[in-house]
Design a binder for this molecule. Structure first.
Ligand SMILES: [Zn+2]
Length: 250
């Protein structure tokens, strides 16, 4: 089975307001490390080809993803990605383009990318995927609403940005069999989750696990997360969650 570390970022900003904000300095150090070690940053299309077996991936491959589409990645992450000649993908919430993120505590830097910024991001050779229309917990919605979130967000992005949108990133990583079935039916080729309901043993292209990169992640741990040991981190988190659920039931 091919395993490629897929890293999950949210914000890159000089001001670290929460655990999902990686400082510009730290982000630069991480990219510098990947560059020095000869990592290839894959596009989502390359990841899909590698995982589905139609392309041989370089042994040191990594995928950089940004959830939610915060505007600060245009200011701070994009120039660094370009400096290191790297690729990344951002997953945007279609109905909230250009607005402030509504699902977090209000903060001035919770501004989401505008349509113009998404165009700029694509022109810079980066990719865009769907993070639904409104950022709901998909597995808690009715069948009809799941379908709407998946289908409409894809169509709006494809029409407005004139690009193919083939990967869905599930908000909060919440998935179940229904969500996966509807994602497939909506025409996506793959889905990015986090830890819940992903399997370490069988690669499910609609439940690809990701490794969160938090604000305080030490460099040694970053190095391990992008190494061949990356599946162990995912395994540990799956186990941790299962234990917590079990203890809660006692
Ligand atoms: Zn999100």
């Amino acid at each position: 089975m091919v395993t490629v570390p897929v890293l999950m970022y949210h914000r890159v900003d000089p001001i670290v307001i929460d655990r999902n904000t990686v400082s510009v300095e730290r982000f630069a150090l991480q990219l510098d490390y990947l560059s020095r070690k000869g990592y290839t940053t894959l596009t989502l299309a390359q990841l899909y080809e590698g995982l589905s077996g139609s392309r041989q991936l370089p042994s040191r491959s990594v995928v950089l993803t940004f959830d939610d589409g915060y505007a600060d990645i245009m200011t701070y992450a994009l120039p660094l990605l370009q400096r290191y000649n790297m690729k990344a993908s951002v997953f945007v919430v279609t109905d909230m383009a250009g607005q402030k993120c509504s699902w977090l505590k209000d903060h001035e830097s919770n501004q989401l990318m505008t349509w113009e910024q998404m165009e700029e991001w694509l022109e810079a050779g980066m990719e865009i995927g769907s993070h639904t229309l409104t950022h709901p917990r998909l597995n808690r919605l009715s069948d009809e609403n799941i379908q709407y979130e998946l289908v409409a967000s894809k169509e709006i992005l494809e029409t407005r940005l004139k690009t193919k949108v083939e990967v869905i990133c599930y908000p909060y990583g919440d998935i179940d069999e229904r969500v996966i079935r509807f994602a497939r039916e909506a025409g996506y080729k793959a889905g990015l989750a986090i830890f819940d309901n992903v399997s370490l043993w069988n690669q499910n292209l609609f439940a690809i696990s990701r490794l969160g990169i938090s604000s305080r992640l030490p460099m040694w741990e970053f190095k391990l997360k992008v190494s061949k040991l990356s599946p162990y981190f995912i395994g540990m988190r799956i186990l941790e969650r299962k234990c917590k659920r079990f203890l809660r039931r006692l």
